[in-house]
Design a protein around this ligand. Structure first.
Ligand code: DGL
Length: 273
């Protein structure tokens, strides 16, 4: 197999990363994908840095063992805590690593407005990774960060576009930290499922940033630059999870946009089913 025809490996704490995988599939239709969702340990958002590093390293090794040509950390929380460690493992094999924060920070620093809000998990907010990444590129941008820990379970339970998501969102978006923003980053890969609700809340008066599009466009460009882009006509898509629940199967379709076959590979206990 030619080196550029190997799969892109993508991982997340669960199914949120499927929103990134969906956009990668749309923009890069000739690329084969291997997705790993660590549903057994979801959510990462309230776990310690050490534990997130341990899980992320295990998954990275799994993707590298499966001969992936690139690794996409499709999870803000894993990016905030384990980017350095994932890069160290992948670099040994000369495999590039993409994350979901750097391309967005770059875009925001040079394209968007001056007062940027960030909604994300507790762990991502505590790390201040968005603030640091954006202000490193443009120190004139004000960044207002707010943890929104209830949103992941609300979305996981299918309560998006629902009275429940509307109340939870209103509670967060009316927080005084976000009162002067002119753009908002949805800093969690689950949140694209509520992007329209957020836009409606603001009556389209503030810019709600479409992270999957920015991330997938960045990956497309970079793979082309590195001559690592594939042209195969029949790419394959493999989806693995560390634990499979009926809810997960049902929601995976909603996140990815089409039916997918999920296989359980518990790399943490080395159980293959
Ligand atoms: N998908 C994760 C992220 O982007 C959030 C879910 C979790 O807490 O595990 O941060």
């Amino acid at each position: 197999m030619k080196k550029e025809d190997r799969s892109i490996g993508i991982f997340d704490s669960g199914m949120g990363g499927l929103t990134i995988a969906k956009e990668i599939k749309r923009l890069l239709p000739h690329e084969s994908l291997i997705y790993y969702g660590d549903s057994k340990h979801l959510p990462y958002g309230d776990k310690s840095k050490e534990v997130i590093i341990e899980y992320s390293e295990k998954i990275t090794n799994f993707l590298l063992e499966n001969n992936c040509k690139a690794i996409v950390i499709a999870c803000n929380t894993a990016t905030a805590n384990a980017l350095k460690e994932v890069k160290a493992l992948a670099n040994e094999k000369n495999v590039p690593v993409y994350d979901v924060i750097s391309p967005v920070a770059e875009k925001v620093a040079f394209t968007f407005n001056q007062n940027v809000g960030v909604l994300a998990t507790k762990s991502t907010i505590t790390s201040h990774i968005y603030k640091k990444s954006i202000q490193k590129l443009n120190k004139h941008i004000n960044v207002y960060e707010l943890a929104a820990p209830l949103l992941v379970p609300v979305i996981e339970e299918g309560f998006n576009n629902h009275e429940i998501s509307s109340i939870v969102l209103k509670t967060y978006l009316t927080n005084k930290k976000l009162q002067n923003i002119d753009s908002l980053i949805l800093g969690c890969t689950h949140y694209p499922l509520i992007i329209n609700e957020v836009r409606n809340f603001y009556l389209n008066k503030i810019q709600v940033i479409d992270s999957p599009l920015i991330v997938a466009s960045y990956i497309k460009q970079d793979l082309e630059n590195k001559k690592l882009n594939s042209q195969i006509q029949n790419p394959s898509y493999e989806f693995y999870v560390s634990d499979l629940t009926p809810t997960f199967s049902k929601l995976a379709k909603k996140f990815f946009g089409s039916c997918i076959h999920l296989r359980v590979v518990d790399i943490f206990n080395k159980i293959r089913i």
